[in-house]
Each structure stands twice: as structure tokens, then as C-alpha cells.
Design a protein around this ligand. Structure first.
Ligand SMILES: NC(=O)c1ccc[n+]([C@@H]2O[C@H](COP(=O)([O-])OP(=O)(O)OC[C@H]3O[C@@H](n4cnc5c(N)ncnc54)[C@H](O)[C@@H]3O)[C@@H](O)[C@H]2O)c1
Length: 180
């Protein structure tokens, strides 16, 4: 089961309305909770399975303007680990892992609503050229490849783990000087 639905709301933490905070939390955090709540019993009936939850690099580190989003993505990261431990203790054959995309070229960037209700004009490719060590945005296929790995038996010894697919974003800073 892949819990992938999510939205992002771009707004300073002190300016975000409670309504927007709750909307983002309802989709990104409650949605994951409900997906897992109903997937686990179904998987137990068929004696195992793999649960994959889409978090983000924003679930690993802070990002200005995305405090609410970070709260949800950090939340699902530890929610996944806790459920992974519960499933391991049950010995039910269910593995639970998170995927952490960096800057991926998908429609989410064209529909990031701000508190004012307008769309923020963000080009993921431009953003990635400046901030991603590999110098480019990822593609949806890059994330799908990781999800397929976690869904398959090739990852049968992984649970409670984080698969980071971010072009090096969380690895460190690209050198700003010549090393030649
Ligand atoms: N694109 C990125 O750079 C990036 C980076 C890190 C994490 N993510 C995460 O990846 C996941 C997929 O996002 P994406 O980039 O493909 O964006 P996207 O906007 O293309 O896809 C998001 C999907 O979530 C669905 N969705 C939104 N609200 C929903 C609701 N209430 N009920 C059911 N479905 C709903 C949308 O219909 C859409 O299909 C999200 O969880 C997002 O936070 C994306």
C-alpha cells in the first residue's frame, strides 16, 4: 500500500491560518493514518505486505515557509517507524518504510497555495539547479523506482527505514570552489 497523496502550503509559520494548517494536516497526516489503519488489517488477513509512505526531505530537515508541511512530513516519518515496530512485534510480515523525495518535477510545484490563496510561481528545475548537488530536479520515475524496490522482496530486510531520493540535497553542500 502506498500512501502518496499530499499537498503543500507555502506560508510563514506565524502567518498560517488554523484552517490551512488543519487542511494540510488532514491530507498529509490524517490521510496516511487512515490508509495505514485500514491497510494493516487487510494485509494481516493475507499474511503480510509492504506499506510505503511518501514523506519528503522536508520530513528530515526544516524548510522556511513550509513549517506546516514539515510538521506533517516529519510526523509521517515517525508514525511509519512506530507502525513498523508494532508490525515487527506482531510478526505479521508487514514492512513499513518511508520515501523522502527532494525536488521532483511534478504538478505540486504549480499549485502550492499561499495563505493569500494565490499560486506560488515556483519552477522546480530552476530551484534544483541552484540547490541540488546533482544540479537537476528529479522525475516521478526516480521516486517510482524507489517505491517499487520497497514494494518488492528485494527490500525484505528493510522496515522502519527511510529511502532518500533527493539528488544529494541532504548529503551536504555542493562545493562552491574549484577542487581541480
Ligand atoms: N514533487 C516534489 O518535489 C515532492 C517532494 C517531496 C515530497 N513530495 C510528496 O510526494 C507526494 C506526491 O506529490 P506529487 O509531487 O506527485 O504532487 P501532485 O500534486 O502531482 O500529486 C499529489 C496527489 O495527491 C492527490 N491528493 C491531494 N489531496 C487529496 C485528497 N484530499 N484526497 C485524495 N488525493 C489527494 C492529488 O489528487 C494528486 O494526485 C506528496 O505526498 C508530496 O508531498 C513531493
Amino acid at each position: 500500500m502506498v500512501a502518496n497523496a499530499g499537498i503543500g502550503i507555502l506560508c510563514k509559520a506565524v502567518e498560517v491560518s488554523l484552517t490551512d494548517w488543519r487542511r494540510q494536516t488532514a491530507i498529509n497526516l490524517d490521510g496516511v493514518f487512515l490508509s495505514v489503519k485500514y491497510a494493516v488489517p487487510a494485509m494481516r488477513r493475507s499474511r503480510g505486505g509492504s506499506i510505503i509512505i511518501t514523506s519528503s526531505v522536508a520530513g528530515l530537515r526544516g524548510s522556511a515557509g513550509l513549517a506546516g508541511y514539515c510538521a506533517t512530513k516529519g510526523g509521517v516519518r515517525l508514525f511509519a517507524k512506530a507502525v513498523a515496530m508494532e508490525c515487527a512485534a506482531e510478526g505479521d510480515g508487514i514492512r513499513v518504510n518511508t520515501v523522502h523525495p527532494g525536488i521532483i518535477d511534478t504538478p505540486i510545484w504549480t499549485k502550492l497555495p499561499t495563505s493569500a490563496g494565490s499560486n506560488a510561481p515556483i519552477d522546480p528545475n530552476e530551484l534544483a539547479r541552484a540547490g541540488v548537488p546533482l544540479g537537476r530536479a528529479g522525475q516521478a520515475q526516480d521516486i517510482a523506482n524507489g517505491v517499487l524496490f520497497l514494494a518488492s522482496d528485494a527490500s525484505s530486510y528493510m522496515t522502519g527505514a527511510e529511502l532518500v531520493i533527493d539528488g544529494g540535497m541532504t548529503g551536504g553542500a555542493r562545493s562552491r570552489w574549484s577542487l581541480k
